[in-house]
Design a binder for this molecule. Structure first.
Ligand SMILES: *Cc1c(COP(=O)(O)O)cnc(C)c1O
Length: 409
């Protein structure tokens, strides 16, 4: 058996600007890096303290909610735990709708908190079957299910689930369960309408569509979710969203010392998003994703390359999961890394590291601070790698992508 890391290389980085095209952390804009490059600021008064109300308002604008947001110094896993800690008591039942590794991961977090976790597993290359969800909720006439947990974009499979349609299912059954969405990969990339879609709790992190280094996480919640929290007998102090979302003192936003430099980075990133306009941000991601698909579909015509999600309507606009005959995916990643300074994502949750099959999966991140020339560069790099390694692939990929980016696709 080949260990996953025996095929990685120790070569010197390729000269020139490198490009990290993995699905998180994403490319950090120079403006965000510059905003973070400063001496430690005062945390008792001044700019940083004054910045908070605007930051809160602008975060809510990205999430399209008028309700509440709590911030945490953590990664996405912390946001998962924070959200669950505020709505679940041990023994509460939750329904997890899994469409890849991240759905299962969030469910495992709930298990760790003592919840009764029921998983509907829809596999690794498709979306949620709403009829099955409907049937399960219908059978729950005693309303034991307290929350339905779904991932908007599962970054392992690159499926994009229809969160609004899930709310319709809950409505049709008149079921009171909270609807909880993981938007860690999708917020700031994909259309997401928290209030219009009736999402009660949404979690995200700083390091994907929000273009800030890993280290901050956000839990958005509405008044229904807040009522659930108020009825809980006990919420751990550190995760409690109440003081953070309704802070009256600066330290309460962060449960202690603020993530000072992240806040400056986030301020700049939110300015960039709102200057472009959130709807335009979504459109840009859609166009770039279509360019990626056009290239991949051309490559698919000959050889073993396959998109993990066949149906375009179900594909994420932020990440694309692919497969090649093993070990070509690892060979390709290594080649573009060594020769071009281009880093592609490993496969996740498709095969165990160490299994030969593991070397057949890879992923492209196209989230956040990306534009047409970066996407063309990434696709051109892959084309070069496929040719150099003599991996069979169909022709015309770059032309097809260029047509999409040029507005013809
Ligand atoms: C990245 C990601 C996570 C985990 O976030 P971490 O910051 O790595 O803890 C969870 N869910 C989704 C959908 C993700 O893309």
């Amino acid at each position: 058996m080949t260990a996953a890391n025996t095929m990685t290389t120790q070569a010197k980085p390729a000269p020139g600007r490198s490009y990290l095209a993995i699905p998180g952390p994403s490319v950090i804009p120079e403006a965000v890096l510059s905003a973070m490059h400063r001496p430690a600021p005062n945390i008792y008064e001044g700019e940083l303290v004054d910045m908070m109300p605007g930051l809160v308002a602008d975060l809510k604008r990205v999430a399209r909610t008028k309700h509440h947001v709590a911030m945490y110094i953590s990664n996405g896993h912390g946001a998962w735990e924070a959200a669950l800690s505020n709505v679940l008591a041990p023994g509460d039942r939750v329904l997890v709708l899994a469409t890849g590794r991240f759905g299962h991961g969030w469910g495992e977090m709930a298990t760790g908190l003592g919840a009764e976790v029921e998983v509907l597993d829809f596999g690794r290359s498709g979306t949620i079957d709403l009829d099955q969800v409907n049937a399960r909720l219908q059978a729950d006439y005693a309303h034991q299910i307290k929350a339905v947990m779904a991932v908007h974009v599962d970054t392992s499979s690159s499926v994009r689930n229809d969160i609004a349609a899930l709310r319709d299912v809950l409505k049709a059954q008149d079921h009171p369960a909270l609807l909880m969405a993981d938007c860690i990969a999708s917020l700031g990339c994909e259309r997401f309408e928290m209030d219009d879609w009736g999402v009660d709790v949404m979690v995200t992190g700083s390091q994907k569509g929000l273009m800030v280094p890993p280290g901050m996480a956000f839990v958005f919640f509405n008044d229904r979710a807040e009522e659930v929290r108020e009825r809980l007998p006990r919420v751990s102090r550190y995760w409690d969203w109440r003081t953070r979302a309704h802070a009256t003192e600066f330290y309460q936003y962060h449960g202690g010392t603020a993530p000072t430099h992240h806040l400056y980075g986030l301020r700049t990133a939110l300015d960039m998003i709102h200057e472009e306009g959130i709807e335009q941000v979504w459109r840009r991601h859609t166009t770039l994703a279509r360019a990626v698909w056009a290239a991949c579909e051309a490559w698919e015509a000959e050889g073993s390359l396959r998109l993990n999600i066949e149906d375009r309507d179900l594909r994420s606009h932020a990440v694309t999961a692919l497969r090649l005959q093993s070990p070509h995916a690892t060979e390709l990643r290594n080649w573009v890394q060594e020769n071009l300074g281009l880093t592609l994502g490993i496969g996740l949750g498709m095969a165990a590291p160490g299994e030969p099959a593991w070397h057949g999966f890879f992923r492209l991140g196209h989230m956040g601070h990306v534009n047409g020339h970066m996407i063309m560069g990434m696709l051109g790099g892959i084309e070069a790698g496929l040719s150099a390694l003599k991996i069979d692939h169909g022709p015309g990929a770059l032309e097809a992508a260029a047509r999409v980016i040029g507005g013809e696709g």
